[in-house]
Design a protein around this ligand. Structure first.
Ligand code: ATP
Ligand code: MG
Length: 334
């Protein structure tokens, strides 16, 4: 089969795998599936038990018929550090070495315990001479080791590890547009907010708290006629605080980057809470749209309405990761 990419999204509540293939003008989802994350496997966004996690992944990979295939997965959580930094203009190899010294100044964990990657964004000249702007990402090395082990035990070949905002960015309708767009991935145990400009995630923030206690079909007490949404129940208060945190991040971004968000796409399990999109729009004063994976990729075959709902709400990261596999395939074919 002409399969081009498999994305594995290891969530703290749900493990998701999506498999896509290239078709004229885009991608289509060939198959997808999920498993509940076994208790104790992930805590606070960090892998705690690679064995039990690997067994669950192997089970899901078996069901989808993708044993020993290459997958792209993401590292997430509070211990992922991203930054745009300015460096003297050097070759990429020189930059990779130089950035380790630079990073020692701002990383909260020892450089020798981290894995880093860089991506050059633009070259420019100022009073310091020829310079380059670089997208920098660092993560605790042990987190990568654990992902590697979980994939090996899960009987999958690990092709690449990236960060959630990069996966989501592939789903933007117009990646290279000059506008400033954002994603808010509302997972069961953490939210991730990222701002994207011209195909680059320029700002990224994790909130290490979330609330997944709403029952299916829960509705927030939001009304179009009330100027600010009232949070009377304790659970609503919690989500109200979280939305305010996002609003503060947007304010920070507005001031420091002197740029306005043209749109924010929301995704993840939190999008199941009805009214949350409107509450976010009201609090953050942004245009908010629920990310519809199926507006970007099509489905090879019809699935039940329940599966369709699941794909729409929970699979954006997995599909975005899978599409990277597609890019890779395209490069090789070229
Ligand atoms: N705010 C919420 N309210 C109700 N249910 C939620 C909420 N967030 C998540 N869920 C439930 O959790 C499931 C998994 O959501 P999701 O895939 O976004 O979480 P995850 O990726 O496992 O978590 P995380 O990204 O935080 O590690 C959803 O299908 C949904 O049932
Ligand atoms: Mg998630």
């Amino acid at each position: 089969m002409n399969t081009v990419g498999i994305g594995l999204d290891i969530g703290s509540v749900k493990i998701k795998i999506a498999r896509v293939r290239k078709k004229r003008g885009g991608f289509e989802v060939v198959s997808f599936g999920s498993r509940e994350t076994p208790p104790g496997a992930i805590e606070g966004g960090i892998i705690k038990d690679t064995k039990i996690l690997g067994e669950t992944i192997a089970d899901l990979a078996g069901e989808l018929g993708i044993r020993n295939k290459a997958v792209v997965t993401a590292v997430a959580g509070p211990q992922v550090y991203t930054r745009i930094i300015s460096m003297p203009r050097l070759t990429i190899e020189e930059l990779r070495i130089a950035v380790r010294y630079e990073a020692a100044a701002f990383l909260p964990i020892p450089v020798e315990q981290t894995a880093m990657d860089i991506f050059p964004l633009r070259e420019y000249q100022d009073y310091q001479g020829k310079r380059a702007e670089i997208f920098f990402v660092a993560v605790r090395r042990s987190q990568l080791d654990d992902i590697q082990t979980a994939c090996r035990l899960g009987k999958l070949k690990l092709h690449a590890i990236e960060i959630e905002p990069l996966a989501l960015q592939r789903l933007l309708p117009d990646k290279r547009s000059s506008g400033t767009q954002a994603f808010l991935n509302m997972g069961a145990s953490r939210w991730c907010f990222s701002v994207h400009q011209k195909g680059v995630p320029v700002f990224n923030r994790y909130f290490s708290f979330a609330y997944a206690g709403y029952q299916p079909g829960a509705v927030l007490p939001y009304s179009e006629n009330v100027p600010s949404w009232s949070a009377s129940r304790e659970t609503d208060k919690l989500i109200f605080d979280m939305v305010n945190e996002v609003a503060r991040s947007i304010e920070y971004f507005r001031i420091h980057y002197q740029s306005e968000l043209s749109k924010m796409f929301i995704t993840g399990g939190g999008t199941r809470v009805r009214g949350l999109d409107k509450a976010i729009a009201l609090t953050t004063r942004c245009k908010v749209e629920i990310e519809d994976v199926l507006a970007r990729v099509s489905l090879v075959e019809q699935v039940s309405s329940g599966d369709l709902e699941e794909l729409k709400h929970d699979f954006a990261v997995a599909v975005g990761l899978a599409v990277r596999g597609g890019d890779f395939w395209w490069q090789i074919k070229k």
